[in-house]
Design a protein around this ligand. Structure first.
Ligand SMILES: Cc1cc2nc3c(=O)[nH]c(=O)nc-3n(C[C@H](O)[C@H](O)[C@H](O)COP(=O)(O)OP(=O)(O)OC[C@H]3O[C@@H](n4cnc5c(N)ncnc54)[C@H](O)[C@@H]3O)c2cc1C
Length: 505
């Protein structure tokens, strides 16, 4: 059946709601196997949190800009692999430093791509913990080496699990051991200096938005090692190019993506998901339905909240929505930045504020790697800080505008610590709040994703792709293994694998 016939008959192998990285990887993996897939995206372009927007000659990344998964070797380079599956490739620009931390008590640390250089820099600051530092990060490598030895597919597929176990028994046993652990468990086995433990908390918080004690060890192993293995690589032309290329590859493989197609309902018949209804009244049917919306959006908005399956209620008791972000997209004059400025920075003035509303500040300057994203003589500074939607509700339009301006001015004032004179060098400014994230990304409360309600057993509580509703799957950051582009790509590979087996492809 061709894509056009399938559309006319409203009868697809799979419908994917949303073209975030999780949805696109699922769709392209299925399309590459010959499945007819329809992706329905409510916005104008693909990518979701990995999308972009253009203003006054600047191309801003909406969110993600520190990109893992573009390595050339091993099995964890999932973005490289996802693109290759639909005959696509991206030119990327290697980032020599993952993060330049500016932390309390003048703790200045750069996470160099070169592992030994990073360990040396950290050990110079904490010489009494030199051995512990190496043992901690080396143990994270053990986790990564287990993951990087095996093909990463659906853990819900018993035949795959058996095959992978016989091919890589030691790697599998290694992963089983770490699955219920958190990074904090490992850190405390090797490190005792309280300030260094706080640094490890920040190493986790800056991508998991929870301290080390609540960050799964598997995710920590990936992040703390892959940054030195495949490295951090910025896609030329901006992060939005990744989704655009996947969408192009999807269509070239004979499937279809529709924009401005907001799904309002997942149609259930005889307790099975059979189709979707759009805001414009159109209905499409498919053998399998995949939701790339968050689990809160899926089970409270696209399905009636009153019928929420018990397993979802239990999940909501274990995980809560993380805060969203206050984001400022700045264009600045290039001479603001000294020549040795790094692309990504984290700024925190007081350890007690790390997890607070607008506590930790994140900074990305992608134009240091790809100057084509800004007008000549200018740079982009994207800065963001966690913020709860509750801070931004019940305000009149003028109160909302005033609060935005005030919050942005405070954030820029704090950035003076790393970019002295920034205020005088501003060329462009656009402010986004949790309300902006909710509106443009279609994410409940603008959340960055699920975080544990309390200390959990590592990743054991994160659901895979199948749901309690037959033929309905979830993909993206509210499924195993969580947030981040490479992580949701993993979830996309796993989801497509499970569906391929279920459809007999
Ligand atoms: C500010 C910020 C900075 C970040 N920085 C990084 C980083 O540096 N590195 C990194 O790896 N990760 C980063 N992340 C996280 C990363 O971007 C996300 O984890 C990832 O992109 C989430 O992908 P997803 O597929 O789960 O969903 P999303 O990106 O949320 O995509 C879901 C898609 O579904 C669409 N959709 C939702 N509901 C419907 C509906 N009803 N009908 C039709 N379409 C619908 C949405 O419009 C969206 O396009 C960052 C995130 C943010 C917000």
């Amino acid at each position: 059946m061709s894509a056009t016939d399938a559309q006319l008959n409203s009868d697809w192998d799979a419908i994917v709601i949303g073209s975030g990285m999780g949805g696109l990887v699922t769709a392209t993996q299925l399309a590459a196997k010959g499945a007819q897939v329809l992706v329905l995206e409510r916005y104008l372009i693909p990518g979701g949190s990995a999308g972009y927007f253009e203003r006054n000659g600047y191309r801003f990344d909406v969110g993600a800009s520190m990109i893992f998964g573009f390595g050339e070797e091993g099995t964890t380079n999932l973005l490289t692999r996802a693109l290759a599956a639909v005959n696509m490739k991206m030119e990327t620009l290697p980032d020599p430093v993952q993060i330049h931390y500016h932390l309390p008590n003048d703790l200045e640390v750069k996470v160099h791509r070169d592992y030994e250089k990073f360990l040396q820099e950290l050990s110079d600051r904490f010489p009494h913990e030199k051995q512990g530092i190496r043992r901690f990060y080396d143990e994270c490598w053990q986790i990564f080496n287990c993951l990087n030895a095996m093909e990463l597919l659906s853990l819900e597929e018993p035949r795959y699990l058996t095959r992978v176990f016989f091919q890589h028994p030691f790697a599998c046993l290694g992963l089983v051991k770490y699955l219920p652990q958190n990074v904090g468990d490992i850190a405390r086995r090797h490190i005792s200096d309280p300030e260094l433990l706080k640094f490890i908390d920040m190493e986790c918080y800056c991508w998991s938005v929870v301290p080390a004690s609540q960050t799964p060890a598997i995710n920590g192993g990936m992040v703390f090692s892959d940054r030195h293995y495949g490295g951090i690589n910025y896609p030329k032309g901006g992060v939005g190019q990744i989704a655009q290329k996947l969408a192009d590859g999807l269509e070239k493989a004979g499937s279809r993506i529709e924009y401005k197609a907001r799904v309002t309902e997942i149609i259930i018949e005889n307790n099975k998901a059979v189709g979707v209804k759009l805001a414009n009244g159109k209905e499409y049917r498919a053998q399998r339905i995949v939701s790339n919306a968050t689990r809160w959006d899926t089970f409270e908005k696209l399905l009636p909240k009153v019928n929420m399956p018990k397993s979802e209620q239990k999940w909501q008791n274990r995980y809560q929505k993380s805060p969203s972000f206050l984001s400022i997209h700045l264009g600045v004059q290039a001479d603001l930045l000294p020549p040795d400025t790094e692309c990504h920075h984290i700024l925190l003035e007081n350890w007690d504020n790390m997890t607070d509303e607008q506590g930790t500040i994140f900074v990305s300057i992608p134009t240091l790697l790809d100057p084509s994203l800004a007008p000549e003589g200018c740079h982009i500074i994207h800065t963001f800080t966690p913020s709860w939607i509750s801070e931004w509700q019940n305000l009149s339009p003028s109160e909302y505008e005033a609060k935005k301006e005030q919050a942005a001015a405070q954030l820029i004032q704090r950035l003076e610590a790393i970019f002295p004179g920034i205020e005088a060098k501003l060329d462009y400014q656009e402010i986004g709040t949790p309300r902006t994230h909710r509106r443009f990304l279609g994410r409940d409360d603008g959340t960055y994703g699920p975080i544990p309600q309390r200390k959990l057993l590592g990743l054991l509580g994160m659901p895979f792709n199948r749901t309690a509703i037959k033929n309905l799957y979830c993909v993206g950051d509210s499924t195993f293994p969580g947030q981040g582009l490479n992580a949701v790509a993993f979830s996309g590979f796993a989801c497509a694998h499970r569906i391929k087996v279920d459809l007999g492809l």
